[in-house]
Design a protein around this ligand. Structure first.
Ligand code: CTP
Length: 697
């Protein structure tokens, strides 16, 4: 993801400057090109030699080299970079950046920077909390800079609080997220409605509302920045179009907005309905200004059309629809009603009861509500809220594409990034060339074959390992192997990878001779090795897609089931349908049994609403994981013979222990009870966790 990216790292005079060394090393390890720029005072904290050694480039600190007179061009750096990260950023540098005080090379580089800028503040808690620092950060945010919030913890002053520079690993994760997001909507068409509508009473008066349009415009800017083709239907607002690529349609009334939106929607991939549309308009509109009579007057109103509901009816399976709910009371209940009534994919709730949220503010506090659950976000600038909403939408669109891409658009990407190992320590006398060829053949077969009709980018390929242990081999080419298959997927917004599938296949028998072509036809299975490999390829993709969308993996899991059915004729023990051990046949047969549908749905909730959310809001993520565990228990109670609840725990137990090393004792105990009921052998690890908890108290 960061390979070849050109990154300027600005280092300022903070005790956290030593973390810049780790940051440089992490980026270089990811094959990024790093140029360090230091402020004069930062040299008191870390030497230029350290940073130039790690980055492999001379560090820049002064405007020119006093020996050679060579000029260090900040303008060229500004054009060269794909991103600039200022880490650590002191209060002084943040102030200079906000105020344009260009008295060192770092600030001049910042002012010349054409690429996105990330700022990771590091300072004492009182300095960070000071209104002046907060104001400066707000100014930087309003310029579109990305502030990587400091963490809370012990500070150099030995005080505890917010001000500790975010860990380098998380800064790299934020950068990766950014680059991932940058093109995440390329080729997508997005319709956005924004602002109020005015419903004319007479030529000089109207019924309107306080909507400023800022939220909708921020959403449009974010979509355009991610490469989308945006149509912005704007009610009467006094805002400039925030991005040159946005197609803006100005309207005044709800009727005009309805016409513009329903015309644009059929060719769009998604619509975000952010406008505060007037629900009613005057039944008649006076041609001339209504004169004061001194008497009271009544204006009869008639209903406007509901744009969101109309698009909800019009929506195709591939299209996504997002609405907003601004509520004064019973927020979640009202929002859920609107979600269902208007056929939305998710709704963004903002409550007028929250301070800093609503029409007049530049900040907003929202929750995203869908049928899968609720994600709450803290108070943020409307620009940052727009980023959160669009990240959510772009993930939904990615799933939509993956699930629905017609086979006609076959692309050339590959799905698996499989690492194959062939351990032959148990058969030492064997000819090593045969094994090397076999290992290469399997690697090629898994990685170069097109398993789906989808188009995968390099970073979307599923990382997986196939660890074979050769148990028996005879020179006539017959093999018996055991195999450990494991697939992982990165957790959104973090550097953590989670296991989405893991299974140990006890024994696979097959024959292989050097130069055998590994080939496979799913309707005519004649080779047990390729049948097994194809089976696991489809399992990995199916489990991965189940984690992306509710039952999203059906197509590929059905292919795995098909192989298991057809493979009955191959005579290998692992396929035997009548077998009671947990062989290949029984795991897929079990997983695809309709009765296990709730468990398949759990895969989606656990990954997208548990782990993905955990990074930003641990309590919310843990809550969703807890709900998944209750679902798992329910499935176990309903189908105690099913292998899946046990299999799931087998590869998720360490992760669960990790999750529940945080949070309340009650949360841990509830999950411990479920886990150990399903698999008693895991009780030791949970008892140890409980002991660790007790020792900490
Ligand atoms: N909306 C719309 N057209 C309308 C009214 C609302 O497109 N005529 C959209 C808004 O843009 C928003 C969502 O519907 O995305 C919810 O708007 P809201 O005004 O809260 O919903 P109403 O159905 O009008 O309900 P309420 O009675 O709360 O006004």
């Amino acid at each position: 993801m960061l390979k070849g990216k050109k990154i300027v790292i600005g280092v300022t005079g903070s005790i956290a400057a030593y973390k810049a060394a780790i940051l440089v090393r992490l980026l270089v390890k990811q094959c990024a090109e790093v140029q360090v720029v230091m402020t004069p005072s930062s040299r008191e904290f870390i030497t230029p030699l350290t940073l130039s050694t790690l980055s492999g480039r001379p560090v820049l600190c002064d405007f020119f080299n006093s020996g050679s007179g060579e000029w260090h061009s900040h303008v060229e750096l500004g054009l060269w970079a794909d991103a600039m990260i200022i880490a650590p950023a002191t209060a002084a540098t943040i102030g200079k950046m906000a105020g344009g005080i260009a008295d060192n090379l770092l600030v001049t580089t910042y002012l010349s920077m054409k690429a996105p800028v990330f700022v990771a503040p590091a300072m004492d808690l009182d300095m960070f909390a000071h209104p002046s620092t907060q104001h400066n950060l707000q100014v930087l945010r309003s310029y579109g800079n990305h502030i990587i919030e400091p963490a809370a913890g012990e500070l150099a002053s030995h005080l505890c609080g917010k001000g500790r520079m975010e860990e380098p690993e998380n800064i790299v994760a934020a950068l990766k997220d950014f680059f991932l997001a940058a093109n995440s909507l390329a080729g997508k068409r997005i319709l956005i409605t924004a602002g109020p509508t005015y419903e004319k009473i007479d030529p000089v008066r109207f019924i309107g509302n306080y909507s400023s349009g800022k939220m909708g415009f921020a959403l449009a800017a974010e979509c355009a920045a991610r490469g989308a083709d945006v149509t912005l239907v704007a009610g009467p607002v006094s805002l400039k179009t925030p991005h040159a690529a946005i197609k803006r349609v100005d309207v005044e009334s709800a009727e005009e907005m309805y016409k513009a939106a329903t015309e644009a929607f059929p060719s769009c991939d998604a619509a975000i309905l952010c406008a505060a549309v007037a629900d009613y308009r005057p039944a008649t509109r006076a041609d001339k200004k209504i004169k004061r009579t001194g008497e009271g007057m009544t204006i009869e109103l008639e209903a406007n059309k509901d744009i969101a509901a109309a698009l909800g009816r019009q929506k195709s399976a591939e299209q996504r629809l997002v609405g907003f709910a601004l509520e004064t009371n019973d927020g979640e209940t009202n929002a859920r009603e609107k979600l269902a009534k208007k056929n939305l994919d998710f709704i963004v709730l903002n409550s007028l009861a929250d301070k800093g949220a609503g029409f007049a503010y530049d900040t907003n506090k929202v929750s995203i509500i869908s049928n899968e659950g609720v994600t709450e976000y803290p108070l943020k600038s409307k620009l940052e809220v727009a980023r959160d909403i669009i990240s959510h939408l772009s993930r939904l669109l990615l799933v939509a594409v993956m699930l629905l891409l017609p086979s006609a658009v076959m692309a050339s990407g590959e799905e698996l990034n499989a690492k194959v190992t062939l351990n032959r320590s148990k058969v030492q006398s064997a000819d090593s060339e045969v094994f090397e060829q076999l290992q290469d053949g399997i690697t090629q077969f898994l990685n170069e074959r097109k398993w789906t009709v989808n188009s995968y980018e390099e970073h979307e390929r599923i990382d997986c390992t196939f660890g074979f242990v050769v148990e028996n081999y005879s020179p006539d080419g017959s093999f018996t192997c055991s195999l450990m298959v494991q697939a992982t997927r990165p957790v959104y917004g973090s550097t953590y990878n989670t296991t989405t599938f893991k299974y140990e296949d006890k024994a696979i028998t097959f024959t292989y001779q050097p130069f055998d072509r590994l080939d496979f036809n799913e309707d005519n299975l004649d080779n047990n090795l390729t049948a097994v490999l194809a089976f696991y390829a489809y399992m990995i993709i199916g489990f991965d897609m189940d984690s992306m969308g509710d039952l999203g993996g059906s197509e590929w899991l059905n292919k795995a089931l098909n192989i298991a059915n057809n493979a009955q004729t191959l005579g290998d023990a692992g396929w035997r349908a009548s077998s009671s051990d947990n062989n290949r046949y029984s795991i897929i047969d079990d997983y695809m049994n309709g009765a296990l549908e709730p468990v398949r749905k759990l895969m989606h909730k656990y990954h997208r609403f548990g782990l993905d959310v955990m990074y930003k809001n641990a309590a919310n993520g843990r809550k969703a994981v807890g709900e998944c565990m209750t679902m798992l228990k329910q499935a176990y109670d309903d189908r105690s013979l099913s292998y899946f609840p046990k299999l799931f725990l087998e590869y998720k137990n360490d992760e669960l222990l990790n999750i529940y090393s945080q949070g309340s004792i009650k949360e841990r105990m509830d999950v411990q009870k479920i886990v150990t009921t399903i698999d008693a052998s895991l009780s030791t690890s949970w008892e140890k966790l409980a002991d660790d908890h007790t020792n900490q108290l």
